[in-house]
Ligand binder design. Sequence first.
Ligand code: ADP
Ligand code: ASP
Ligand code: MG
Length: 413
Amino acid sequence: MIVVQKYGGTSVGDVDRVKRVADRIARTRRAGNQVVVVVSAMGKTTNELIKMAEEISDDPPGRELDMLLTAGERISMAVVAMALHELGVPARSFTGSQAGIITDARHGKARIVDITPGRVKEALDDGDVVIVAGFQGVSQDTKDVTTLGRGGSDTTAVALAAALDADVCEIYTDVDGVFTADPRIVPDARKLDRVSFEEMLELAAQGAKVLQVRSVEFGRNYGVEIHVRSSFSYSQGTWVGPEEKKMEDAIISGVAHDTSEAKLTLKGVPDKPGVAARVFTALAEANVNIDMIVQNVSAEGVTDISFTLPRGETKHADEVLSTLSDEIGATGVDIDDSIAKVSLVGAGMKTHPGIAARMFAALSDAGVNIEMISTSTIRISVVVDGDDVETAVRAIHDAFDLSDGMVGKEQGA
Ligand code: ADP
Ligand code: ASP
Ligand code: MG
């Protein structure tokens, strides 16, 4: 069997953990498998490298930032390979580029466009364990080194599993699997045995950072089932796969939260055709990623338009809109940096009425004010004050009886 295993930052956080990971890899190999390992940077290395760059420049060149960040995974791949050699297991490490991870040229958020894993296959055929640096690739056009966005090692792993037609893709992390909410906020959250690609896509997109969204897309598009599990135990984790394989028929799979966005409000916008188009065209041309949008009821011909966006892009968006504001006769721009988005996800929403009502009632009972709402067929998201995020997550989690101990009880009854 070809097994792909990905180890996250905490799992390779220090030398002892690297040795433990090597031990697990060695066992997998000794069981007769061909093993490809994808590693993240050790511990908080990526954050530290970003901080270092920010101390030097407000706006470091993307190319150089990627050069810097990819060094983190490069350290991990070498030390894991060394630890395997120490155990008598032949291992060879490769950078993303050497492993054939070909991307577009968008530094910091590159997308994988192709995988040419010739060297990986050769090394496997030679009987080596292959260690690949996660989160990085090389641009087809510029030949420069790129990174895949935060959490990108997950995507390296699932994409490689697809390219190698691997039998198993395991994502080893610091929790036992995918839970009904972030176990750091809801300690009695329940581990899911299975979750569908669709639900996991929503959870990941709404902030459940246990898997990067792109990795779930790869899994769904190429039919790679993903086993999310703990590197600190041997227990079964969560299987992410096609909907039809889901055994439990839960209405709700979980609550996700995201504190990485800000809310921007363009005030006093003339309420006439074409204005919203101009606003969002200007933002799109400036490459600002918009998430939720709300337009208030207009009074006396003017209205406010609010939207959420990644906090790192507010400065840029503010500049764009401040210029536009004068042109279209709006009165100004307001920025709220302290917001959070809380989302409820579940495939059963399609067929069960009353879910939104119950979610909003839970928030109201907890004294949490809702600032914005958006929905998809299997998700309801609200924007709340950043200070309320934990209260909101727990209140919703409780309202839908998602906790451990509620297993088997009728959900949503
Ligand atoms: P790694 O370094 O292994 O990639 P991450 O920090 O990226 O780990 O992701 C794992 C973390 O995701 C957990 O420690 C947990 O706090 C967080 N998390 C958020 N939502 C969930 C969820 N629904 N289930 C499990 N973990 C979650
Ligand atoms: N080291 C990168 C990050 O911290 C990639 C990853 O861990 O998946 O985002
Ligand atoms: Mg991660």
